[in-house]
Design a protein around this ligand. Structure first.
Ligand code: FE2
Length: 249
């Protein structure tokens, strides 16, 4: 059964009132082929973009990993793919536009990239998506936040609900929020994909209106069912009531 029919069935909406995804810009995915742990073949990138289009997205800002040790990506490895994938979408009549930024690990090499002006940001406020290790907070986080700010960037923390060292003491969330770090929630967290504690943290952030952006963190078609399921949850309906920035990007 199709996504639409299932959704309509669940919500018991009249057949002439199909579900409309209120979020039309998807932010946070790994769709540039073979440069990180996301999709490996460009055909799968197109498959995911076709899937996103069916879910109501009109624009996708994909965000490959940039890590000093593992994924040495930058504008040179990321940007050449954008035109190619958009051309293929047009050829296959998939009504979606692809743009690219990146997801930067807060590691030792990051500050150097900021200083060198090699950062791929998105949106008018030069948003920069950053992530941290899952074991412990990055020791240089404060330094990085400062470096981003003085260079005119707005930091966006990817999936704060996945950092259990923060979830264990929600004061950390409030400290970051008060420091005007933006929060991007992962859709997978809404269906417990990362675990019950991450679901609980996601719920806390939504209930406290501490979410600025939502994103799939999609690494390939293996995450398709997950994204689809997340859109049908009451938590998604709730987070969409917040003043999300997605559609302004
Ligand atoms: Fe990611």
């Amino acid at each position: 059964m199709s996504f639409w029919k299932r959704f309509i069935g669940k919500k018991q909406a009249p057949i002439n009132e199909p579900f409309v995804n209120p979020v039309t810009t998807e932010l946070h995915s790994h769709l540039i082929p073979a440069i990180d742990d996301g999709v490996h073949q460009w055909e799968e990138s197109i498959e995911v973009l076709r899937f996103f289009s069916a879910l109501g997205y009109q624009k996708v800002i994909t965000t490959p990993h940039v890590m000093a040790d593992f994924y040495k990506n930058g504008p040179d490895t990321i940007l050449p793919w954008v035109g190619k994938l958009n051309d293929e979408c047009a050829k296959q009549q998939i009504p979606i536009t692809l743009e690219a930024a990146a997801e930067y690990m807060v590691d030792d090499g990051f500050e150097q990239k900021i200083d060198a002006g090699q950062i791929l940001s998105f949106g008018t406020k030069k948003y920069v998506l950053i992530e941290m290790p899952f074991e412990a907070p990055a020791p240089n986080l404060k330094q990085i936040l400062f470096a981003l700010r003085i260079n005119g960037y707005t930091p966006v923390l990817a999936h704060p609900e996945r950092y259990l060292y923060y979830a264990a003491n929600v004061k950390h969330y409030h400290d970051l929020w008060d420091a005007e770090v933006l929060f991007q929630l992962n859709l997978g967290s809404l269906v417990g994909h990362y675990g019950p504690l991450q679901l609980k943290a996601a719920s806390y952030l939504i209930n406290n209106r501490m979410v600025n952006l939502v994103g799939s963190d999609c690494h390939g078609m293996r995450h398709a069912a997950l994204v689809e399921a997340a859109l049908r949850t009451p938590l998604y309906e709730q987070v969409c009531q917040l003043p999300l920035l997605n559609n302004s990007l």
